[in-house]
Write a protein that binds this ligand. Structure first.
Ligand code: SAH
Length: 196
């Protein structure tokens, strides 16, 4: 598969922030992603009280759903606007605090305590800050990461996973000569080599 055309493409943090400011967020799914419902059982394996990680979370509604089921959700997102919209749109009261270990980062936490959303670049997180997770919902995350950062992203994700965690990954398949992305095309062979 030909990934050449996208491999040097870079979308800056500022560009992502601008997408949120201008409402250019066609990726957001108000009704959630259909594959979430379909594969939720694979993520949970009948377990309760899990810690689930949402990399590059935006204002994904699935975070609310998992919290309502009694799980703990941690997300990370560069746009503060996205995180505030998440809490406001679900009428969830929240508190805001600085993250001592990450200069400039904030953490927004629902008053119920089950949803903690970090406002910073994912590359500033580590397991010593956020702990490890029983499950990951990766939709619009690996495919949104700049192609040259993919290995760094995946290596970090692996360090955030508990021994028996499940990782649900949603990708998109299309001809990378026809669209510049994001979402980027990540071929299956690359996914295999990235995660090992
Ligand atoms: N996963 C969400 C959002 C997908 S769009 C969903 O399913 O709706 C990708 C999101 O990643 C955008 O909201 C963007 O602001 C955010 N983002 C981009 N680069 C990031 C980074 N390095 N760290 C954290 N968030 C980032």
């Amino acid at each position: 598969s030909d990934v050449g055309p996208q491999k040097d493409r870079v979308v800056s943090e500022e560009e992502w922030l601008r997408k949120w400011e201008t409402g250019n967020i066609g990726f957001h799914k108000e009704q959630g992603h259909p594959l979430f419902q379909k594969y939720l059982h694979v993520l949970l394996h009948g377990r309760s009280g899990l810690r689930i990680f949402f990399p590059l979370c935006g204002k994904a509604v699935e975070m609310k759903w998992l919290a309502d089921m009694g799980h703990s959700v941690v997300g990370v997102e560069v746009s503060e606007q996205a995180l505030k919209e998440f809490f406001t749109e679900h009428s969830l009261p929240y508190s805001e605090e600085l993250v001592p270990d990450i200069p400039g980062a904030k953490m927004f936490q629902s008053t119920c305590g089950r949803i903690s959303l970090y406002c910073c670049s994912i590359y500033h997180l580590s397991s010593s800050i956020v702990g490890k997770f029983d499950g990951v919902w990766d939709r619009g995350a690996l495919v949104a990461v700049n192609p040259s950062d993919r290995q760094r992203y995946v290596s970090l994700m692996v360090t955030l996973m508990e021994e028996n965690s499940s990782y649900l990954l949603v990708t998109v398949s299309y001809d990378p000569n026809k669209h510049k992305g994001p979402p980027f095309y990540v071929p299956e062979s690359e996914i295999k080599s990235l995660f090992g």
